[in-house]
Design a protein around this ligand. Structure first.
Ligand SMILES: [Fe+2]
Length: 275
């Protein structure tokens, strides 16, 4: 008998293949989905959760971005602010339009359904609401950490147009360093709200600031070990050519220092705990 995980993966792929898989945006999203599912599973395991909870964490990872396919079909972009909130769209499709009924759910914990909707709707929000029961919060945190972990890879390894699909780039490359409001977020160890980002470099800073929001030690270790955050903070390209102006490079160094302070971990390859 096929197990739930294998079968759910097949249902997901069948669904995704109903869209234009020759479109690079779709192909990247399929890869991202399976990576986030696997990372969620790894984090749940590391947190000592039960086998069925681990499976549930994997399943939420599989479902979390399902709204992306309709988003790209309808709007041709992954930029939520120029189209639709993809987390809300995905949850609407799953739970209001019945898409969830295609997925096998045997072997999941009894309360999987009650948690699924908030976990998916909240996966892309800046903050989790205070009023969230502890168990749902834990699953939401696992998914959000797993998603962020893989977003570092996506941003560092896939060119902007290929992963966003918008001709209207969100941020122009103005050649300016980051402003005070953005650097204040860096010093306060928090994510940069969308409204205060104005150019491509501030976009880079704010992506890296997701590091401050990682909840679990295992997530921070994984991000460090994968090396993508380090790549995003690099001052030179692999050939040693500077990527940024001196002022920008200095801001990146400051950001790196703040992340290491917040994590109490070095971002170097063989990063040991600092203290
Ligand atoms: Fe997402």
């Amino acid at each position: 008998m096929m197990d739930q995980k294998e079968e759910a993966g097949k249902v997901f792929l069948r669904y995704a293949e109903g869209y234009d898989t020759t479109n690079g945006l779709i192909a990247h999203k399929i890869e991202h989905t399976f990576r986030v599912a696997a990372l969620s599973e790894r984090y749940a395991n590391a947190l000592g959760m039960s086998a069925e909870d681990v499976r549930c964490a994997w399943f939420y990872g599989l479902l979390h971005d399902i709204g992306r396919f309709e988003q790209v079909r309808r709007f041709g972009t992954f930029v939520d602010s120029q189209s639709v909130d993809h987390a809300e769209l995905g949850a609407d499709l799953l739970f209001n339009e019945g898409l969830i009924s295609r997925f096998p759910t045997e072997g999941l914990p009894e309360d999987w359904r009650a948690m699924a909707e908030p976990v998916i709707r909240l996966h892309n929000k800046l903050r989790l609401p205070e009023a969230l029961d502890e168990r749902t919060r834990r699953f939401a945190e696992i998914l959000r950490d797993a998603d962020k972990t893989d977003i570092f890879r996506v941003i560092a390894s896939i060119p902007f147009e290929e992963r966003i699909g918008s001709s209207k780039a969100s941020f122009a490359d103005t050649g300016e360093a980051a402003g005070e409001a953005v650097m204040a977020c860096v010093r306060e160890h928090r994510c940069v709200p969308r409204e205060i980002r104005h150019n491509r470099f501030e976009g880079r800073i704010s992506h890296c600031c997701m590091a401050f929001e990682l909840v679990f030690e295992i997530s921070r270790q994984t991000v460090r070990d994968e090396g993508w955050l380090r790549a995003l903070l690099a001052e030179t390209d692999p050939a040693g050519k500077p990527l940024w102006t001196e002022q920008e490079a200095e801001q990146l160094r400051e950001l790196r220092g703040e992340i290491e302070k917040a994590w109490d971990i070095s971002l170097d390859e063989a990063g040991e705990k600092k203290s």
